[in-house]
Design a protein around this ligand. Structure first.
Ligand SMILES: *Cc1c(COP(=O)(O)O)cnc(C)c1O
Length: 812
């Protein structure tokens, strides 16, 4: 138990005000995550792009009364009835508190680190051990300097085992995490290239990671990783190694489809239900831990055989009757429920929200307490309809709103639930594994016909943060979501951007803006090509037109007839596309003086060659001209409008010209449009399809329309379910295009057809139904674009709307 009065000693902080001592139950770091008020403490964190101190008043208004802050802010003394602690670093304070909390528990805790596999190993151990232990673990991959203390804070008196993973990107971080997790048992998964840049050498990285196990009684690792072995042996710790080499403690032999495990005098053949080497390695770490926990090898085999692969993410899918489905059918525990319901709460595309939830199994809490907790989480998220499935929820339905419905089992739901009730809703489907909720998702989702564009929402956030790190904190961001957000799905992307508080959205046409408004996007939106017939709609939906010529300005003024409106002025400084020229400025000023009903929100221009150094001199001239003309216009305005000039390549290459705002486009979607390929961006879109059929074609035969493909020798040909109508250009015909199948490149044979394409899979391990990647993380969109002499912009935006978009986000 930690009380507010304990914090000064734990954190070296000083109390600025103390109203009433409270028991601390809840640590909050994100002002957007609505939470319990009683016992909550908000930690204001000041980062390069975000300052938690700005939200203290909001939180106060929500009822929060305990704050830990890093600097004094104006108006603090006006907040009556608060406990306020001033510390040097709020993150260090949370770490210290979590560490003190951990020290109160005398239970086995497994600490997992390494470059890859941490989350999977942790989740599998959870699956393997939850029949025997009440377990606390990190939700998802909350393994950072902040994620770890928040995870460890969840430890409760009824827990019997902790499973915590720790991730680091620089030296000195692990010592802090070690003090928080205090693992009694360590697992070192492996050592790869991730975060190499933060360390002098791989060896230094291995040593740093090993610091997690400073006070562990034993460390489990794979002896075949020589660097890890070296560091482990030198540590003088008690070790339990496994490996394919003979000097490991647990010796593994591959034996056909089995793995022969030898430990001390026992041997057992174990079935691992995965074939890829990463999964096998992760499984063997689990085997080693179970051996350490004294499970019998036969029992280990039984349990390992039941492991399922872990979709470490939530998927947002199109459902029946205009619904959207959040597919989260892998597991269900209280921490995961927080994450998924928060994801649901952040989706504003649909007004009506519903949760279909199974019982939470093996929580360790008494039944009724558990149901109360679930009901609390649901109540906090303002859900319109709740559907509970399982005996436990059904038995305690009194804790849920009266609009809720209950079913004893998944089968009962599938037969009795009337799905025509679901119209235009967003539905979270979350269930523990034994409930087989994938059957529910199957029933409620619109069938996806093979070819999908997968959009990684975490990558979008990563890229947004990367661009924020490249500009001054005060510079605003307009994100261009024109052309269906560069093919990525405008409403979902806009919803995410709204949550992450960008300043503006930009679209090409009024209709694109209206679509966003219909999906509850309330950010200011600039429309670049407003047409006369759209003026009415612009006003009706609070869309702000770009005014680029006298013709459009006059017709807009006529239409307004004195009504007020906000506009954006576009100047042409050398792109020679749209915009007012230098010679127009005087007349423009005259019009603006005359029409005081017009508010100029911003003045902007566009660079013609921001992506290439050879044009830097020209870009600079554009910048200077822009500044001069914009100042001239502003001189007659009552308030200075925002100035903006830079697109994505401009932000990367010419940040000195960022003015008041930047216009981020393709970079958000993970494509670096410059030659520099900074490598820090994460690809957002993966276009994939599948193999419909495979044939062996004898030498001498032709393939496809116009008989343009020829089998010079016998060939294996796969027909894949994508064609030019999906946006797979016909220019990829006859060997120009390549696709990725099971890690191998396969060339297009013959002409691309409307809905299908034939590719050469001779010598590739490919089967009917296998996945085919057209572009994505593994096969960069730059390479794909180069093959047909175009640019990534065109490849991204030409994927047709008939290809379903599936949105994925980190989950569990
Ligand atoms: C599309 C567009 C952008 C964004 O360009 P990217 O190169 O995709 O970053 C910026 N400004 C204007 C005027 C645009 O039309």
């Amino acid at each position: 138990m930690i009380w507010f009065s304990d914090l000064p000693a734990l954190t070296n902080g000083s109390v600025l005000s103390m109203d009433q001592n409270q028991l601390i139950t809840n640590l909050i770091t994100d002002s957007r995550k609505g939470s319990n008020v009683e016992g909550s403490v908000f930690f204001a964190i000041k980062g390069p792009h975000h300052d938690g101190h700005l939200y203290i008043k909001d939180l106060y208004n929500q009822g929060i009364r305990q704050f830990v802050i890093e600097c004094e802010i104006a108006g603090l003394s006006t907040l009556a009835g608060c406990n306020i602690l001033l510390v040097e670093s709020s993150i260090h304070a949370i770490q210290a508190i979590a560490s003190a909390h951990r020290s109160n528990y005398n239970i086995p805790v497994v600490g997992i680190t390494g470059s890859n596999g941490k989350t999977i190993i942790k989740e599998w151990l959870y699956q393997l051990l939850s029949p025997d232990y009440k377990i606390a673990k990190n939700p998802g991959s909350y393994n950072s300097q902040l994620g770890v203390p928040l995870s460890v804070w969840q430890l409760q008196p009824y827990h019997q085992l902790g499973l915590f993973e720790a991730g680091i990107s620089e030296p000195a971080e692990m010592e802090k995490l070690a003090k928080i997790i205090q693992p009694t048992v360590g697992i070192f998964s492996n050592l790869g290239s991730a975060h190499d840049e933060g360390f002098e050498s791989r060896k230094q990285k291995a040593e740093e990671k090993f610091k997690l196990f400073e006070n562990s009684t034993i460390v489990i690792y794979c002896k075949d990783h020589l660097l890890i072995d070296e560091v482990a042996v030198r540590s003088n710790k008690k070790l339990l190694s496994w490996g394919f080499s003979n000097n490991a403690d647990i010796i593994i032999r591959k034996d056909g489809n089995y793995f022969l495990i030898s430990y001390q005098n026992e041997q057992e053949r174990i079935t691992i239900p995965f074939t890829d080497s990463a999964s096998v390695e992760n499984c063997l770490h689990c085997v080693a831990l179970l051996i350490y926990l004294k499970f019998d090898l036969k029992e280990i085999n039984n349990r390992i055989a039941m492991l399922r692969s872990i979709p470490m993410r939530l998927e947002l899918k199109e459902g029946i009757n205009q619904c959207q489905i959040i597919d989260d059918t892998y597991n269900n525990d209280l921490a995961g429920l927080q994450i998924s319901t928060e994801f649901l709460a952040n989706q504003h595309q649909k007004k009506t929200k519903r949760i279909i939830l199974s019982d939470v199994l093996q929580s360790g809490l008494p039944d009724e307490d558990l149901v109360k907790k679930i009901a609390e989480v649901i109540a906090r998220r303002k859900v319109d309809f709740f559907v509970g499935i399982g005996e436990l929820l059904s038995k305690h339905k009194k804790y849920f709103p009266s609009s809720s419905t209950f079913f004893e089992s998944t089968e009962a739901f599938l037969t009795d639930f009337d799905e025509t009730k679901l119209q235009n809703e967003i539905i979270l489907v979350k269930g523990a594994r034994p409930f087989q909720f994938e059957k529910i998702v199957n029933k409620l989702q619109r069938k996806v016909h093979g070819t999908v564009m997968e959009i990684d929402l975490n990558a979008v956030v990563h890229n947004l943060n990367f661009f924020k790190s490249r500009i001054k904190p005060s510079t605003k961001i307009m994100v261009m979501v024109k052309a269906f957000a560069y093919g990525s799905g405008s409403t979902e992307i806009a919803n995410l951007l709204q949550f992450h508080k960008v300043d503006y959205l930009g679209v090409a046409y009024a209709d694109e803006g209206i679509e966003l408004r219909k999906n509850n996007i309330s950010l200011p939106i600039m429309v670049m090509n407003p047409s006369e017939d759209s003026f009415n709609k612009l006003i009706g939906h609070h869309l702000e037109p770009e005014i680029y010529s006298f013709k459009i300005f006059h017709s807009y003024l006529n239409f307004l007839d004195g009504r007020e409106s906000t506009i954006h002025l576009k100047l042409d400084t050398g792109m020679h596309r749209l915009g007012f020229d230098e010679g127009d400025i005087e007349e423009l000023k005259g019009l603006l003086i005359k029409h005081q009903n017009i508010t100029v929100a911003s003045i902007f221009s566009h660079l013609a060659g921001a992506d290439e150094a050879m044009h830097d001199q020209f870009s600079k001239q554009q910048g200077e001209k822009f500044f001069r003309l914009a100042n001239d216009v502003s001189s007659i305005l009552p308030a200075k409008p925002l100035y903006h000039l830079l697109n994505s390549p401009g932000i990367l290459r010419l940040p000195e010209m960022q003015f008041d705002m930047v216009r981020l486009g393709i970079g958000l979607y993970g494509v670096d449009p410059t030659q520099e390929r900074i490598g820090a961006l994460k690809p957002v879109a993966t276009l994939k399809t599948f193999i419909s059929q495979i044939k062996t074609i004898p030498a001498g035969e032709s393939i496809g329309y116009g008989r343009r493909g020829n089998a010079e020798k016998e060939m294996r040909i796969a027909t894949i379910a994508i064609g030019y109508a999906d946006g797979f250009s016909r220019a990829f015909s006859r060997g120009i295009g390549k696709v990725l199948i099971n890690g191998k490149m396969a060339s297009v044979v013959g002409n691309v057809c409307m809905d299908m394409t034939m590719v050469d899979v001779t010598g590739i391990d490919a089967r009917e139904g296998d996945e085919v990647i057209i572009f994505g993380k593994e096969f960069s969109i730059h390479d794909v674009a180069n093959r047909i002499n175009t640019i990534p912009y065109e490849i991204l935006t030409s994927t047709s709307e008939r290809v379903k978009r599936v949105f994925v986000a980190e989950g569990i």
